[in-house]
Design a protein around this ligand. Structure first.
Ligand SMILES: [Fe+2]
Length: 123
C-alpha cells in the first residue's frame, strides 16, 4: 500500500510542463497498485493467512520535482518486481495454478513499470 500513497502524493505535487501527462500516469499507477493490493490480499485470505494492515515504513520523499519522483518510482517498482519474482517460485511449489497466474500477472505489470520508468529516466 506504500505505492498507493507514493503515487497519489506525486500525482498531487508534480509540477511543471510534465504535470500534464505525469499526473495522469501517477493516478493510473494508484489504481493499478490498489488492484494489485486487492489481489494479494485475496491470495493471503485463500492461503489462510492474515493480511497486514501496516504499510512499508520506507519514507516517501516529498518533492514537486518530476525527476526525483521518477527515480523514487523506479526504486519502488524495482523492489516490487523483485519481491514478486521471489514469491512466484513458492506459489509454484505450492501447486496452486490459479494463484500463480494471478500473481504472475502482477509480476509482469511490475516488470513493465520498471522498464517504462527506465525509459523515462534513460538509466
Ligand atoms: Fe507497480
Amino acid at each position: 500500500m506504500r505505492a498507493v500513497a507514493l503515487y497519489a502524493h506525486y500525482a498531487a505535487y508534480v509540477s511543471g510542463i510534465h504535470r500534464l501527462h505525469l499526473a495522469t500516469h501517477f493516478n493510473s499507477e494508484v489504481t493499478e497498485s490498489v488492484t494489485h493490493a486487492s489481489t494479494v490480499r485475496s491470495a493471503i485470505v485463500k492461503l489462510n493467512g492474515e493480511a497486514t494492515r501496516d504499510r512499508d515504513p520506507a519514507p516517501i520523499v516529498h518533492t514537486s520535482d518530476y525527476n526525483i519522483m521518477l527515480k523514487e518510482a523506479y526504486k519502488t517498482e524495482e523492489i516490487a518486481a523483485e519481491t514478486y519474482g521471489e514469491i512466484l517460485p513458492m506459489i509454484e511449489f505450492d501447486g496452486d495454478t490459479e494463484l500463480y497466474d494471478a500473481l504472475e500477472v502482477i509480476y509482469f505489470d511490475e516488470q513493465r513499470s520498471v522498464e517504462e520508468l527506465r525509459m523515462m529516466l534513460m538509466v
